[in-house]
Design a protein around this ligand. Structure first.
Ligand code: AG3
Length: 278
């Protein structure tokens, strides 16, 4: 019998994935979680029916969410990740020397299942430079006394547990926990399917931070491919990154200094979305 995962996005658009095997499913306290073996993209983590990572293309997303901010900063030492319980973003951050990472993930079952079923991502969370806090990121940034060079928001879609991670109130908390020269990056969804969300986040970040940019990449397993990240900074300009990968750090599959610059070049249709008149 053929097994298909139907990933429904809008009433008019869904993506069908042929599955070799369902490896694990459960209902956590926050969401439905599944790990499946797809025919074309390797193993995948699915939350509330939406593909979060696939083994085939997760490197693009994780390298771009981590290295663009990390190479922008001259000396990143303390990094906070909100969400990201699969471990992929932390794995990339740890490629930078002298970083300490705090991971604040709301759902401990994401962490536990990725350690078990997606160890090439989840293993990074066992590194002694990583401290895991199972908590709501919104509360964390309101309360913590710690201050960070970089905050990375690696959330799921703005439905379910991640909704509040796209709000102005949350970004105020992120601003609060950033040092005077800190910067943040958030995954901000599809410029095709989430136009209002993207223009709203961009406007909020422009209001709060002296520098705000959106950058664009392609994640083939995400809805319609195009994917955006929003970067907001108190001081350092990502268009003038402070560092380049050293030879030892040069083992990236997607990120290069040239890609770093190119990712900020936006086609007119995305610029229009950012102006809020798409
Ligand atoms: N975080 C972003 C997943 C968004 C997928 N959304 C979609 N396809 N509609 C993934 C977490 C990886 N660490």
């Amino acid at each position: 019998m053929e097994l298909w995962l139907i990933e429904e996005h809008t009433p008019g658009y869904s993506v069908n994935w042929k599955i070799k095997q369902t490896i694990h499913t459960e209902k956590t306290a926050f969401q439905h979680l599944a790990v499946v073996e797809t025919v074309d993209f390797g193993r995948a983590l699915i939350l509330d029916g939406i593909v979060q990572v696939t083994q085939t293309d997760e490197f693009i997303y994780h390298e771009m969410i981590a290295h663009v901010p990390l190479f922008t900063h001259p000396n990143p030492q303390n990094v906070l990740v909100i969400g990201g319980g699969d471990g992929g973003t932390v794995r990339e951050i740890l490629k930078h020397p002298q970083v300490q990472v705090d991971l604040v993930e709301i759902d401990a079952r994401v962490i536990e299942n990725c350690r078990r079923f997606l160890p090439e991502l989840g293993q990074a969370l066992e590194d002694p430079r990583v401290q895991i806090v199972v908590a709501d990121g919104i509360e964390y940034v309101k309360q913590t006394e710690k201050r960070y060079d970089i905050v990375i928001i690696d959330s799921s879609d703005p439905i379910g547990p991640a909704t509040g991670l796209f709000s102005q109130e949350f970004y105020q908390g992120v601003y609060r926990v950033l040092k005077a020269d800190g910067l943040m990056v958030a995954q901000t969804e599809s410029p095709i399917f989430n136009k209002e969300l993207l223009s709203g986040v961009y406007a909020d970040l422009q209001e709060l931070f002296p520098l705000a940019y959106v950058y664009l990449t392609c994640v083939p397993s995400y809805i319609a491919g195009f994917w955006t990240f929003s970067l907001a900074s108190k001081k350092y300009d990502p268009l003038q990154p402070a560092r380049k990968p050293s030879l030892a750090e040069g083992a990236f599959r997607y990120y290069t200094p040239e890609i770093h610059h190119a990712t900020f070049v936006l086609p007119p249709f995305v610029q229009k979305v950012l102006k809020g008149n798409s």
